[in-house]
Write a protein that binds this ligand. Structure first.
Ligand code: ATR
Length: 273
């Protein structure tokens, strides 16, 4: 019988993960099953236990369960521990291994697919919630000149600065503090665009060479990317590449094989990613 994996979340019906992983499995000849598993908000642990009883080998975890997945893990990788969130679970008969592939997925999309090196660059990370926390360590490992965390609630940015300062050069503040600064890479890790909103950014932070990256998947030109384009940024990216790259890293964690991501990114773009 094929090894079984799943993505668990609420809602999960629109998840592209089953499509991506089945494509990886076809490409690599790895015989796996992969399903979308919805779980009630208060029944994550029971849903995981049920899946393990059916012989499940691993799971991707999405909103709103990444924190809970971290808590039920008996072992955490450093990147999951720093993120305080888990998006990849692996099971054996007794233990649960928690990992987080989101940050590596973002970094690989930027540095490999888009050939944009992060070393010695000035990076702005917008937001200080779970999405921002999940990518900080892999970004800092690329040794940018400075990584500025800006958040509407300044205190939350300051807390992240404090927690991650041992990994690199971090500055924090709110959006008004960015006045007069310019960045090579501006990453939107806020959930503002979900509500049709955009943090108020001072003019001048985007240069023509800058890349604007929205971690949100799909919807190629959301408010943030439209704003970046109007402000002169020539390189715009949404989260489709990150989505596929984090999935590829999970596949590697489970199967020890790295699938090719370019054809899968292309396929998602064609169907509206
Ligand atoms: P996630 O896990 O997706 O990061 P979160 O922890 O709720 O979700 O964090 C959402 C992030 O988006 C926060 O940084 C939030 O800013 P605050 O900490 O000030 O709340 C940010 N955000 C959401 N809506 C926003 C808006 N309209 N303008 C600016 N920032 C916004």
């Amino acid at each position: 019988m094929a090894d079984l994996y799943a993505v668990i979340g609420n809602p999960v019906v629109h998840s592209k993960s089953p499509l991506i992983h089945l494509e990886f499995s076809r490409q690599t000849g790895q015989d796996i099953g992969y399903e979308a598993l919805p779980a009630p908000e208060d029944a994550f642990t029971a849903a995981v236990a049920g899946f393990r009883q059916r012989g499940g080998k691993g799971m991707n975890v999405t909103v709103p369960f990444k924190l809970e997945a971290c808590k039920i893990s008996s072992h955490l990788t450093e990147r999951a521990s720093a993120a305080q969130a888990v998006n990849t679970l692996s099971f054996n008969t007794r233990e649960i291994f928690g990992d987080n592939t989101d940050g590596v997925g973002l970094v690989r999309d930027i540095t490999v697919n888009r050939e944009f090196s992060l070393g010695a660059k000035r990076i702005l990370l917008m937001g200080a919630g779970g999405a921002a926390r999940g990518v900080l360590l892999p970004l800092l490992e690329r040794e940018p000149r400075v990584l500025t965390i800006a958040n509407r609630t300044r205190q939350k940015a300051a807390e992240l600065q404090q927690q991650f300062s041992r990994y690199g050069n971090i500055v924090s503040g709110d959006y008004a503090d960015l006045k007069g600064e310019e960045f090579d890479l501006i990453i939107n890790a806020t959930s503002a665009s979900l509500k049709g909103e955009l943090p108020t950014l001072p003019p001048g932070i985007f240069a023509a060479r800058s890349m604007a990256y929205d971690m949100m998947y799909g919807n190629e030109y959301n408010l943030f990317l439209q704003h970046a384009e109007r402000q002169g940024a020539m390189r715009l990216a949404n989260g489709t590449g990150m989505l596929v790259e984090q999935a590829a890293e999970s596949f590697f964690v489970w199967r020890g094989i790295r699938p090719k991501t370019a054809p899968v990114i292309e396929m998602l773009r064609k169907i509206g990613g």
